[in-house]
Unconditional design. Sequence first.
Lengths: 293, 293
Amino acid sequence: MSRIAYVNGQYVPHSQGSVHIEDRGYQFADGVYEVFAVHGGKLIGEQGHLDRLTHSLGELQIKWPMGKRSLMVVVRQVVQRNHVKNGLVYLQITRGVARRDHPFPAECQSALVITARKMPPLDKAALSKGVGVITIPDIRWQRKDIKSIALLPNCLGKQQARSVGAYEAWMYNEKDEITEGTSANAWIVTKSGELVTRQVGQSILNGITRLAVIEAARASGLAFSERAFSRQEAAEAKEAFVTSSTSHVKAVTRIDGKPVGNGHVGELTANLLDLYVDFIESKGGPVVTNRWN
Amino acid sequence: MSRIAYVNGQYVPHSQGSVHIEDRGYQFADGVYEVFAVHGGKLIGEQGHLDRLTHSLGELQIKWPMGKRSLMVVVRQVVQRNHVKNGLVYLQITRGVARRDHPFPAECQSALVITARKMPPLDKAALSKGVGVITIPDIRWQRKDIKSIALLPNCLGKQQARSVGAYEAWMYNEKDEITEGTSANAWIVTKSGELVTRQVGQSILNGITRLAVIEAARASGLAFSERAFSRQEAAEAKEAFVTSSTSHVKAVTRIDGKPVGNGHVGELTANLLDLYVDFIESKGGPVVTNRWN
């Protein structure tokens, strides 16, 4: 069955979905996006994604292409029309089409594209196979809290990881602190057993899965810290993992080619994956969703 | 007469030019561009643009969509079909269409879009009306030598300038040095009379007009320095101007609301505009075009 995309007011075969060459998303990366996980037929973290989208659009002064409720109707339509039980929804909003010129155009109708894709159901066994990450300098712009489509540095970083057989690249700033992965948040369990992920701010994107894991940890009484951690701490960590809407809670067992802890998936990591799955199945996603920078 | 665009192998009415929603340019800003000035029916700085494009594509490992000669045939076709005597050509190359995933796709045909636009002929009188610039923090990524389409921060900066009635925003780094404008290189004549523009490197884009002005200055025996200059030096400058393919040599007479020098267009600036126009009319653009970072 062919995929269906929603493109500026129309449902079209995915292969025919197109936008104008002067869409500012194409010429200027002047737009934002969200990726929703679909798990067992349900959208995960809907409110979180909408809240973060509100933040991104607000910071860039891009107008909503339609009201939030209507938007979610379209999102559900795209899920249904693509028969997605497990997979993801990709939603992109740009400032729209205008004659190429850097300043915001006076009048512009925001562009909206929504696609969906089936993926295998969340598989705890597969997620519990550890992956490797490398560390690379964080060369991105200074507003990582905005989920913009200006993802070129993220692509370069991810490609660098894949070219050496690693799953992801963790980026470090000028203070040698790990900020995050190119498309996932970074977590470690330090050698003293502290569960740590970087605090929100303009240097990371606050992931919806990150928020869900934090709430799941909190609900089960697990201690954790939101603070900066260094490459050195990561190199000496007992456990490590990444979180994202597509990676869920994925164990990291090698950093820069060296084993994390004993080189096997950590106990706390495995525990958090269980807690996360239970949490999203019962709550549908994070409840506290208003801290974006 | 309607504008014609070249889009992935076809000449189409500009209004109908479109690209797929999964073009990596649209989803990831995974592409590069060039803007050629057309002056009196001639392309300016052709070799410079091609050399810089070679650098940008090479750094991103994006394949040429066709050979350089063929590309220039298409560029000239677009100029002709749009009857452009004075104006500009916009050329964009992206990594192409692929299912959304950060790493580079294994197989991908680069996408190519070329458009052209008429503009009023270069008008020395108009260019000699001074404009204002503001200074703002440089929040961009760390590879400004690559002419990528990830221009969101440039758009935000330009918009910030325009919202206070300024023509351009000059960006300063963490050392309080001016790097460049959001779409033009920045130049000053210091209070001691030194003509200065920042040296090339990963913190600026080496403009083709910048190169032409440097050569024109050199040819006429004018001393100049390529070095970092501070916001303070800019604030105390005698003269200031910006260079770009669309701004040519444009006098700056206000920085952050304060007059530059006596508030009138500087002598050296006016002289350089004359030299630049003579230079491109005789040479067609800069000759030395191989220093990109």
